[in-house]
Design a protein around this ligand. Structure first.
Ligand code: FAE
Length: 531
């Protein structure tokens, strides 16, 4: 497809700006925006997670010169197997400017507990009553996530998403496109049935089946052959030690920096800029966008303040990151036209974490990442619940199992802007639905199979005060239209988890976010950019 040339209308507006002395002086009137606006690229994408990576690839393939601004580092795997911090003894590489182990629970208190602030891979934001986790590096959440690539069920999806988003279209076109790009596959039989590293999965599955729950072995973006190589000692051991949260040193996790992002760069039109932290955004005359950026070093020192300019601006900074930038910019009068729904409609995806302990069976001394199966408890009397069967890599036999549960929580929070900190706060009321639904399920599992709730190794009870799945803040139909176009502006789009109405309906969100981004960028390219 041919790229639409820079329009004459914009030359005239830019020339007028230059003439009014608002722009670089001494510009010739017949020059394009490249010469009139500093650091101009036709499209800017803020953030390199799922929404950002999908967007950049499709822009590059359509011939649009694109710059990606990412606050975090680009981590390149080294052959020694020590690129990332490991799970058991986290160091500063694990955390985005934090000073302590940020794992949701620490089975080994006293180990890996304090370090220097550094541009590590995972961010934990402590809001009142809800801790929110997210990726902070090139690849975003895909570097720290569990690789669970799962589509919501239609019946639940339609309860959360507006009718304008056609489930069948996502399921038949865009989800398969993403799964194919990520090369996501279910656990193979040779690991599931025979490996000591996956004994915990076999126990989980048997126990769930004993209470009549259907099981899905879902697609995972982990490379199962590399996991087998880890077991064989052919590559550094990492996933088999339970690494997941801070990156995987063997290359077994097929994060976005192994697929979408290099493919985008290979178009020759997409440029990824790590350690470029966006501060705020402003629309300037001519309809262009100015994005103010701090270039930082890995200790957080600001090396330079810089303005980038573009015609098309795409937000991919994640639910909190995008909402923060939009609210900050709106409140400062830089983006005044964004409507009052901004910051509303935030949800935790109904996420919970729970433990079963004192089981009458061994669950395995060795428990490898990643999660590979889920049990569907759609008749749960409190809320439909999907139970991800996770590993708990303690390195000794604990006769315990850990679960991540996703529920249909209708509760929504909202953000408020604090001018003193120039940041946003989450206002969240816990309605207890996720925890109650999960406890109900765990009690049934224990009654049928033996075992107790919680109490094993620092996870005393079901937790619903943290989420790996922040969603919403600039929700479709409210702040944006049903394709992510920000209402009140042209050529300005939200492509990430901020667009989602607080839940992906009992599914882990990456496939839904990426699938929607594929759908939305296709329409945006056809209707707004190339037409
Ligand atoms: P995201 O991937 O979070 O990317 C946002 C990017 O924007 C990040 O790289 C940020 O560093 C960057 N950014 C933020 N602010 C700025 C700024 N001011 N300037 C420049 N850059 C900025 O966004 N989902 C699943 O489906 N399956 C799983 O197994 C799974 N496991 C998870 C495990 C963990 C520990 C975590 C934290 C999340 C997990 N998730 C999982 C959720 C998933 O990673 C998340 O929904 C997506 O990554 C969100 O995608 P976005 O495109 O919204």
């Amino acid at each position: 497809m041919a790229k639409k040339p820079f329009s004459r209308r914009h030359f005239i507006k830019l020339s007028a700006l230059a003439g009014a002395g608002l722009m670089v002086t001494g510009c010739k009137r017949d020059r394009g925006p490249e010469s009139l606006l500093s650091n101009y690229t036709e499209a800017l994408v803020i953030g390199t997670g799922f929404g950002g990576a999908v967007t950049a690839l499709r822009l590059g393939q359509a011939g649009i010169r694109t710059t990606m601004l990412e606050r975090g580092q680009r981590w390149t795997l080294n052959p020694n197997g020590d690129t990332f911090s490991n799970l058991a003894f986290p160091d500063k590489r694990s955390a985005w400017f934090d000073t302590e182990n940020i794992a949701p629970f620490n089975p080994f208190p006293g180990l890996g507990t304090s370090f220097e602030p550094y541009a590590g891979v995972l961010e934990r934001i402590r809001y009142g009553g809800m801790d929110v986790y997210g990726g902070a590096c090139v690849g975003g959440g895909s570097v720290v996530y569990g690789g669970i690539t799962i589509a919501p069920e239609e019946e639940l999806f339609t309860q959360v998403f507006p009718a304008e988003v056609n489930y069948q279209e996502l399921a038949s076109v865009y989800f398969p496109r993403v799964i194919n790009m990520l090369d996501a596959r279910p656990i193979p039989d040779y690991l599931l049935n025979d490996s000591e590293y996956f004994q915990f999965v076999r126990v989980h599955v048997e126990h769930a089946q004993n209470i009549g729950l259907p099981i899905q072995y879902f697609d995972s973006t982990f490379d199962w052959d590399i996991i087998q190589k880890e077991i064989n000692g052919e590559v550094p051991a990492s996933a088999i030690n339970g690494d997941i949260l801070y990156g995987v040193n063997s290359g077994a996790k097929k994060s976005l920096d192994q697929n979408y992002l290099p493919m985008a760069e290979s178009t020759g039109l997409v440029d990824v800029r790590p350690l470029h932290q966006v501060r705020d955004i402003e629309q300037i005359d001519g309809g262009f966008y100015r994005v103010n950026v701090e270039i930082i070093d890995t200790d957080g020192n600001v090396l330079e303040n810089k303005a980038h300019h573009c015609k098309y601006l795409f937000m991919g900074a994640g639910s909190v990151g995008t909402t923060r930038l939009l609210m900050r910019s709106k409140e400062k009068g830089l983006l005044p036209n964004i409507n009052e729904t901004l910051g509303q409609g935030w949800g935790s995806n109904g996420a919970t974490m729970s433990m079963r302990s004192y089981l009458p069976v061994n669950t395995g001394e060795k428990q490898s990442s990643p999660s590979s199966s889920a049990a569907y408890d759609f008749n749960n009397p409190i809320s439909p619940t999907v139970l991800d069967m996770a590993n708990y890599p303690l390195g000794f036999e604990c006769t315990c199992l850990i679960h991540l549960g996703l529920t249909m929580d209708p509760g929504r929070g909202h953000f408020t802007y604090d001018p003193n900190r120039d940041d946003i706060d989450l206002n969240w009321n816990n309605n207890g639905i996720p925890r109650n639904a999960m406890d109900n399920l765990i009690d049934r599992l224990n009654a049928a199979n033996g075992g107790q709730s919680g109490e094993a190794f620092t996870l005393p009870e079901t937790k619903d005060d943290l989420t790996y799945h922040p969603l919403g803040g600039a929700v479709m139909g409210d702040t944006c239209d049903f394709y992510g176009r920000v209402k009140g502006y042209e050529n300005f789009y939200v492509m990430d988890g901020a667009l989602i109405p607080g839940s992906t309906a009992c599914a882990n969100p990456s496939l839904t976010i990426a699938g929607l981004a594929e759908r939305n960028i296709e329409v945006i390219l056809a209707e707004d950019i190339l037409s």
